[in-house]
Design a protein around this ligand. Structure first.
Ligand code: 3PG
Length: 306
């Protein structure tokens, strides 16, 4: 009997877990669960003898891959798979997948939750500002970027986007202004929302030359990855531009310093929780379980990323 392990340090909702279990057992596999673990060694121990693994932001590094003596497939229930050592997986013939699009709306909604919180001064009673008629720049126009554009249009914002992998015609069809140069996105938009993956090309790419181009009232929202931000630049931007504000659901390394020096100009959630809704848990978790069943039963590797 094949064994499917759901390993999530940040758990799915109970409902999603039960539904994942349902799909796993319907296919005749054994369901195993490791939730809220705090030590990486717990994951390393749990993967022994397991044939399939479902994770979220959990780290599948060389040690995990090495310990996973029976592993055939790991599915990241979510979008970003920078937490998986793809080379180590490929070297052992392990298929790695993600579940693109499944948790995108949840992340997109949080972008606006954070923007409004900042724009209304944390609801402290002082005069805030509106999103209507303001410019929003979407940096990377994938599934999340598209949801962000749709919601922004509902708010009456002027939406621009930059994505080197997306054609102008595609953005035109969504009523989004295509920017061919990333610098133009930053110089034209007061609000920027980041939706790019963390990889060798994007790490530290959000730097001072880009940020300093932003117009007055510059507000950066990061629901992507902390690695894409060049943190020294972030601090410098805070120092040099008293109008600059930053919101993120991923705490920056410089969190303590920002909290001490730039009161009222930042917002950070305690945990990365862009995708932490009942709907996103269900969508991504169930898709992951189904992809595993399709892989074992039909050899379906549509969502393979390695
Ligand atoms: C993703 O890449 O899908 C998001 O960052 C969500 O990550 P999470 O599953 O850890 O909440």
């Amino acid at each position: 009997m094949k064994k499917v392990l759901v390993a999530t340090s940040k758990p799915f909702s109970k409902d999603a877990v039960n539904k994942i279990k349902g799909i796993v057992e319907k296919n005749g596999y054994e369901f195993l669960l490791l939730e809220k673990y705090t030590e990486q060694s717990e994951l390393v121990n749990a993967v022994k003898g397991v044939n399939a693994l479902i994770i979220r932001s959990d780290i599948v590094d060389k040690d995990v891959v090495e310990a996973a003596d029976q592993l055939k497939i790991v599915v990241r229930a979510g979008a970003g798979y920078d937490n998986i050592d793809l080379a180590a997986c490929s070297a052992k013939g392990i298929v790695a997948m993600n579940t693109p699009g499944q948790n995108s709306n949840a992340v997109a909604e949080l972008v606006f939750g954070m923007l409004i919180l900042l724009n209304r001064n944390f609801y402290d009673g002082s005069t805030g500002s509106e999103l209507r008629d303001k410019t929003l720049g979407i940096h990377a126009y994938g599934y999340i970027g598209r949801f962000v554009a749709k919601i922004a249009k509902g708010f009456g914002m002027e939406v621009h986007a930059f994505d080197p992998f997306v054609d102008k015609a595609f953005m035109d069809a969504d009523g989004v202004i295509f920017e061919s140069k990333v610098e133009d996105l930053y110089s034209k938009c007061q609000y920027i929302s980041l939706h790019l993956p963390a990889n060798e090309k994007t790490k530290n790419s959000i730097n001072l030359p880009l940020l300093s181009k932003m117009p007055k009232g510059a507000t950066l929202v990061n629901t992507a990855r902390k690695e894409v931000i060049h943190e020294d630049s972030l601090l410098q931007m805070f120092r040099e531009r008293p109008d600059f504000r930053y919101a993120s659901d991923i705490e920056p390394a410089a969190k303590t310093q920002i909290e001490a020096e730039f009161k009222g100009r930042y917002f950070f959630t305690a945990k990365k929780l862009g995708a932490q809704t009942a709907e996103a848990n269900n969508n991504a978790g169930l898709a992951a379980a189904q992809q595993i069943a399709d892989f074992f039963e039909k050899g379906d590797v549509r969502f393979k990323v390695n």
